[in-house]
Design a protein around this ligand. Structure first.
Ligand code: AKG
Ligand code: FE2
Length: 308
């Protein structure tokens, strides 16, 4: 599933440490890419709610318990790669699928993973391996992602910003002010996507080329956005993302509750119960949650050595 001769260079490691992201060239075999295509192709669906409307299709919780995806987690090369880069014992939490339709879908604007890492505290490490399932040519049809080095600007503060919103919105509503979904969307997104900030981030953005089998690893503080799929031969772009959490992460109840507010008030619904189900009490060990009872070991990267 992992190309046996995949390896990291010293430059790769330094670059990841500095920027928070790294393109993993030819890490996955053709067979695994085919599997990811089948898995996400059969399960992604048009967004049914206000969340993710920039995608033609999007779905959380794809392959969370898929035997092939779980088998990937015991691959020593993947475990070693992630340990070398992150220095953190990790477990696989969630898989996601994203589809962009040519000349139409805008995907996500500038953001960080406040939803996918919404169960853990701001300071708990979280990582994504994002795998586009077709060629991405940033000089041609595009359709990949753009990201900004943490050395230029880290998105860590966005995890604080998102938690300011419910209290603010509740006080606005109780003062009798109207608050529409559009107001919420602006409050959430304009910080990073105002015309000026958008221009600033775009100036510093990196947009890689990808061949099938290449992937991007990035940490949860890296500011990133979808890049529209333009004119060209590819009708739509599918990508499959794997999320990983530190095994030391703690359940952050206030963060989970903050995500529930726009879901209930504005139909801003990701359609995933994940964050609500992987913990109960604030400060609990997420890794020990009964949600992972049957799969805890299978989700853990490098579990042989971890159990050692
Ligand atoms: O595939 C995309 O366009 C967005 C992916 C993304 O934002 C993510 O995986 O965090
Ligand atoms: Fe994202």
């Amino acid at each position: 599933m992992i190309n046996p001769d995949f390896s990291l260079s010293q430059d790769d490691i330094e670059s990841f440490n500095e920027s928070g992201f790294l393109k993993l060239k030819s890490i996955f075999t053709g067979a695994l890419i085919e599997h990811m295509k089948n898995l996400s192709g059969s399960q992604v669906a048009p967004p049914s709610d206000n969340y993710g409307t920039g995608f033609s299709k999007l779905k959380y919780d794809i392959g969370n318990d898929d035997p092939t995806i779980l088998a990937l987690m015991s691959d020593p090369v993947l475990a070693q790669t992630m340990m070398t880069l992150t220095g953190t014992p990790l477990f696989f939490t969630q898989g996601l699928g994203f589809e962009l339709e040519k000349n139409k879908s805008t995907g996500f604007p500038w953001h960080v993973g406040t939803q996918s890492f919404g169960f853990q505290r701001r300071e708990d490490p979280g990582f994504t391996i994002w795998t586009p399932l077709c060629h991405i040519d940033p000089r041609g049809q595009r359709g990949g992602m753009a990201y900004v080095s943490k050395r230029v600007l880290s998105g860590e503060f966005v995890y604080q910003h998102i938690n300011m919103l419910p209290e603010f919105m509740i006080s606005e509503l109780s003062a009798g002010h109207d608050l529409s979904y559009e107001d919420f969307s602006r409050l959430k997104n304009s910080l990073l996507n105002s015309p000026d900030m958008g221009r600033l981030l775009n100036r510093f953005a990196v947009e890689d080329a990808f061949e099938p089998g290449d992937a991007l690893v990035f940490d949860k503080y890296v500011l990133h956005r979808s890049v529209q799929l333009g004119e060209g031969p590819i009708p739509s772009r599918l990508a499959y993302a794997l999320r990983f959490s530190s095994i030391d992460a703690r359940y952050d109840k206030a963060r989970v509750d903050a995500l529930a507010f726009p879901r209930e008030t504005f139909n801003y619904d990701v359609g995933s119960p994940f964050n609500d189900h992987v913990g109960e009490k604030d400060g609990e060990d997420v890794y020990q949650s009964s949600y992972f009872h049957d799969t805890r070991e299978a989700r853990t990267l490098g579990r042989q050595s971890a159990l050692g």
